[in-house]
Design a protein around this ligand. Structure first.
Ligand code: SF4
Length: 376
């Protein structure tokens, strides 16, 4: 049965690096690239997608929930859905935008074919990607030590599957590992031996062996798309990629890092002294994304004033991007100064605690918040 391979390009660094990584390592893997365009991304994001387009040698398909100016009179899908929601701006607690602008078009795009979706969550991140409710889609995380999604791990390590997994390990393990591994495989999950511990043990014993066991299990027992393949080359890859590797891939490919990451200087007066801090945007996504930090709003105000104004226009009838203040309030010189002051002081404090003073640490810190579909 034909299995489709897809990779969503969000405009962020990790999905871009993953596309390049898979193309370099597995040129025969026929991956379809797609991007869900909200119509509200930064121009730097569109530039990154364009640069990638030419490096991948294959078009990144733009998909929409409704096609602007064709299926809707609105110029962007965001504006179409905002009208449908009566001007109610999305927020972290009412995130209709991700559902309507990212997840639904993705599910429409893949249809009912068995599909493997590659997701660029890195080995130094502690989050799960979106797992589709559609049973014909399976997510794979090639940058992590554990490439499998939570639902697969849960099934493979379920206590009632111990005999099947033990049989596979028994036939696939090299002799010197067999006894140790089988002891652990046969140990049921319990409050004193949790699923995470079992998984860690099996991965640390031999990642490739674990992957082979999962692959054979999926083939023999499930309809997961990976199990429908004759072979799946990623099971023989035990590389774990972290932030530095992502920047290296982007640099070496010539695509470069997304321009919004490039630090810009700002000055702020603290206790009568002029201090110089740096700011940038920490992620891709819509220019008005409610996940951005106050300092990122200030960055938008000072580096993309026209976009900041557009974001302000959306704030009406009591709907705002932030709970704490409106953009008009935030843009007042005294507020801007206070935000910079707070940011500078916080960064200085954090810098003194870090073992390295890499500016990349700031990206990792900011990544904790947000939505995997928009920012990977
Ligand atoms: S980037 Fe932010 S505003 Fe845009 S769709 Fe994603 S969560 Fe919503």
């Amino acid at each position: 049965m034909k299995v489709k391979h897809v990779l969503g390009i969000s405009g962020g660094k990790d999905s871009a690096a993953l596309a390049l990584y898979l193309k370099n390592l597995y040129p025969t893997l026929d991956v379809d690239y797609y991007s869900c365009d909200t119509g509200k991304e930064l121009k730097e994001t569109y530039e990154l997608i364009e640069a990638l387009n030419s490096r991948l040698g294959k078009d990144i398909k733009t998909i929409f929930a409704v096609e602007p100016e064709k299926e809707t009179p609105y110029k962007t899908t965001f504006d179409h859905f905002l009208a449908e929601y009566g001007g109610y701006l999305p927020s972290s607690t009412a995130r209709w935008c991700t559902k309507k602008l990212k997840l639904e078009p993705f599910e429409k795009y893949i249809g009912d074919e068995p599909t493997i979706s590659y997701v660029g969550i890195r080995g130094d991140e502690n989050r799960e990607g979106y797992i589709s409710k559609k049973t014909n889609v399976q997510s794979i995380f090639p940058f992590r030590k554990n490439i499998w999604s939570e639902d697969v791990i849960k099934e493979v390590l379920a206590n009632n599957n111990i005999p099947k997994i033990a049989k596979l390990y028994n036939s696939l393990s090299p002799n010197h590992l067999k006894e140790d591994i089988l002891n652990r495989v046969n140990q049921p999950i319990s409050p004193s031996f949790r699923q995470g511990q079992k998984l860690e043990f099996l991965l640390n014993s031999d990642v490739k062996l674990f992957n082979r066991v999962v692959f054979e299990y999926l083939k023999e027992n499930t309809n997961y798309p990976v199990g429908l393949l004759e072979e799946f080359p990623l099971i023989d890859n035990d590389e774990v990629l972290v932030l530095d590797d992502i920047f290296k891939i982007l640099d070496e490919s010539g695509v470069g890092i997304p321009a919004y990451y490039i630090k810009k200087s700002y000055q702020v007066e603290i206790d009568g002294k002029i201090e110089t801090g740096t700011y940038s945007r920490s992620r891709s996504g819509c220019f008005f994304c409610f996940y951005q930090q106050k300092i990122e709003w200030v960055w938008l105000l000072e580096n993309h004033p026209a976009l900041f104004k557009k974001a302000m226009v959306y704030e009406k009838d009591g709907y705002n991007w932030m709970d704490s203040e409106t953009l008009e309030e935030l843009s007042k010189p005294e507020r801007v100064k206070a935000i910079k002051k707070e940011h500078f002081t916080r960064m200085k404090r954090q810098l003194s605690k870090r073992t390295t003073n890499s500016w990349k640490d700031e990206i990792i810190e900011a990544e904790g918040l947000g939505c995997a579909s928009c920012f990977i």
